[in-house]
Design a protein around this ligand. Structure first.
Ligand code: NAD
Ligand code: UD1
Length: 367
């Protein structure tokens, strides 16, 4: 397809596509008529997510199990330098480690995986002349914001190695674009993703104790955990608990399709560099979220207010106006939708994807 043609039917490489946000994005990409290859080392995901994506889409995708730090593999995947046509039109880059506490304990693992991995990917893309990239950044780059709502021009800072890895990658992308303005790059700063696909077939499948609020609340509601610890009841917020911008994962996924369209909008000859918040603009407190989840699930979520968590900020929510202007995107789903969909996923898959893996194993054993 010539670069100036409409953006349907692109060939998209999705790194980290088996993960939470990646799997939802793969589904939206397939449903929009794109072809999808996933590169994932499955260090925090299961191939079962992609089997379910295929069955929901009624179309196949390709899974390559491998690491973004494997330059030879990337070279083979993306196509040889000077080849007739690159193998992909665009890369959507989710692959990365994301646990803040773990990043404090193992900073080198985070810089290696996230920063060195991204550099390796970018080198292979440059060599193969695949110069369209959508990158998963995070609202964590705003550190402790001076005020809310947060606009893209706010100052950035890092409070932990995970956040620093996102900051460094953002800067690398900017330098890359300056060096070669043929690149088309979108840095998408996600606020707090939550919820699941409305089918209840794909969703978030945290390993061990969830770090984030939404999966923790789901596990309390289903009885896997006794009580939610509310980290801090004395913030300068309406009810004293932390305020965040929870965004439905399907809306977030669609933000990536909107970014791919926006990157192709111009004449196809010159590059683009976009930095955009993906949030709803609505601030929701921990207690608001708990109440909404109780309503959606019909279950009670016992809570206990404890000390603040180190590194947490009082309030963090987006000014989402630029996404509307630049991408023509805005969130369609609200907190009630997010809780209902998260609950459907949780109640249909109490063990996440592990249940299917165990089922497949026992089916195999009895054959
Ligand atoms: P996830 O852990 O579910 O998905 C990440 C995927 O990347 C996993 O499937 C994992 O196996 C894979 N991966 C990790 N390192 C890899 C490597 N070296 N090579 C190949 N594959 C690798 O996480 P997610 O929630 O879907 O997050 C996706 C991206 O969005 C991450 O970059 C994350 O930092 C960013 N992000 C997430 C959130 C959030 O709250 N979930 C918020 C802001 C930004
Ligand atoms: C966390 C990360 C941030 C990352 C973001 C999205 C930290 C310090 N920050 O942000 O870098 O970009 O996830 O992945 O981990 N809460 C409780 N009890 C819990 C869990 C959370 O009260 O058991 C509260 C928190 O204090 C916060 C809110 O719920 O007020 C949301 O927490 P969480 O889901 O962890 O996201 P963030 O803190 O926004």
């Amino acid at each position: 397809m010539a670069a100036s043609e409409p953006s349907s039917g692109q060939r998209v490489l999705v790194t980290g596509g088996a993960g939470y946000i990646g799997s939802h994005t793969c589904l939206e990409l397939l449903q929009a008529g794109h072809s999808v290859t996933v590169l994932d080392n499955l260090c925090n995901s299961s191939p079962e997510s992609l089997k379910r994506v295929e069955s929901l889409a009624g179309r196949a995708l390709e899974l390559v199990q491998g690491d973004i730090r494997d330059f030879d593999l990337l070279r083979r995947l993306l196509g040889s330098p000077g080849g007739k046509q690159p193998a992909f039109d665009a890369v959507v880059h989710f692959a990365g480690l994301k646990a803040v506490g773990e990043s404090v304990a193992q900073p080198l693992a985070y810089f290696d995986n996230n920063v060195a991995g991204t550099v390796c990917l970018l080198r292979a893309m440059a060599e193969a002349a695949v110069k369209t990239l959508v990158f998963s950044s995070s609202a964590t780059v705003y550190g402790d914001p001076a005020s809310v709502p947060i606009s893209e021009d706010f100052s950035r800072s890092a409070t932990n190695p995970y956040g620093r890895s996102k900051l460094v990658i953002e800067d690398i992308l900017e330098d890359l674009y300056r060096s070669d303005p043929a690149w088309c790059i979108a840095r998408l700063r996600y606020f707090n993703p939550g919820g699941a696909h409305v089918s209840g077939l794909i969703g978030e499948d945290p390993q061990g104790t969830p770090n984030n609020l939404m999966p923790y609340v789901s596990q309390v509601a289903i009885g896997q955990r006794e009580c939610l610890q509310v980290f801090g009841g004395d913030y300068p917020t309406p009810d004293g608990t932390g305020v965040r911008d929870y965004i439905h994962v399907v809306d977030l996924a669609n933000g990536h399709l909107a970014a791919l369209r926006a990157l192709r909008q111009d004449d196809g000859q010159s590059g683009r560099f976009l930095t955009v918040n993906l949030g709803t603009g609505v601030g929701v407190s921990v207690l608001d979220l708990v109440k909404a989840f109780e309503r959606a699930s019909g279950r009670s979520v016992p809570c206990r207010v404890v000390a603040r968590r180190a590194g947490d900020v009082a309030a963090c929510y987006a000014n989402p106006a630029l996404a509307k202007t630049l991408l023509g995107w805005q969130a369609q789903r609200n907190l009630a939708d997010m809780c209902a969909d998260a609950w459907r996923w949780q109640s249909q898959n109490p063990q996440g994807y592990r249940q299917s893996a165990a089922q497949a194993h026992s089916d195999g054993a009895t054959r």
